[in-house]
Design a binder for this molecule. Sequence first.
Ligand SMILES: *Cc1c(COP(=O)(O)O)cnc(C)c1O
Length: 393
Amino acid sequence: MTAEPVLGRINVMKPWLGEEEARALAEVVASGWLAQGPKVKEFEAGFSAAMEVRHAVAASSCTTALHLALVVAGIGTGDDVVVPSLSFIAAPNAVTYVGARPVFCDVEPATGNATAETIRAALTMDTRAVIVVDQGGVPVDLDPIRELCDRHGITVIEDAACAVGSQYKGRPVGTGADVTVWSFHPGKILTTGEGGMLTTHRADWAARARTLREHSRSVSAADHHRSSLLASLQSPPEVYVEIGFDYRMTDLQAAVGIVQLGRLAQVVNRRREIAARYVAGLAGLRGLRFISDPPYGTTNFQSFWLEVLPAFATDREGLMACLAAAGISAQRGIMAAHRQPAYRWRDTGNAGLLNTERLSDRTLILPVFHELDDEEMNRVIVSIRAAAGEVGA
Ligand SMILES: *Cc1c(COP(=O)(O)O)cnc(C)c1O
């Protein structure tokens, strides 16, 4: 009797971390400066260069960076902000934090992203900003949205939480928005454990975000420390210029981020390779539609999602059950915020969100992470082929 081979569980996502990150952390610990300081500054400089944008301001998460973005853009009570429902709930939440109203817009089925048309349908007399999302890493078609918003004096905020390493018309995503926010949560492409970034071309917005993230203190704690060391003089009393927040990133996180940023090209290439392997391995199956590069850009495949169409042998839940039986965690596709209890009873001014609901019901996300190996990829492919009813799969 031979024992069944024990197959490990395949996660949908796993961060790629190594010795270098551990060494970077050890250096910060040895330095004794753990809070926001020189490493955060270095990470910001590296990130703004890599994303081809003038200013980068690190934050404690993408959600707090979104909150800062809305504050510096001057959004508040009485304002409407258009945001796709088909996304993580952080964006409408941040709109609510500043006292504005999120108005949900629909998305196009091909990319799962908002378009100029779906946004136009959601505009109101009070729309002051739009939050566009590069959903799952797929770049949003920003130029037509930019044109629409410029015509109406509407600020464009890009939620690129998932999209570091994705490109729009040959450049990093985010460069065309007024302000862009990024996430370094472990479920994203680069991680600092928790963490976020705000990027903008506007010096005044960057400066205000920098102050706001640190209690709106006139002198940052790091600069205060440095100047008192140098001058050993009484420095002037700090002033709190407006009501701020504590949204700082730590130097521990930034040190990991610097190493991770150096791995970006490698990580994106590997994810694109894995996605291509899935597409090749699942070729010929009826009733599955895979997310792919849009005509105007490239995705980092932060989420490799597929839509289970009625022509497939089973529905999304059936396919997920088959995968689960083979020890594979897939994830139900992207959420629809307007269906959550938090928003169900609010006046969010929605029109029909038909594509949003369809994609949210029919999509699932397959495992993609740097160290996914051939055996694991084959297991995913064989399980889906079996769910499709292929004999011997
Ligand atoms: C993950 C995610 C966020 C939140 O990021 P945090 O860093 O965890 O706050 C926001 N928006 C989108 C689209 C996301 O995917």
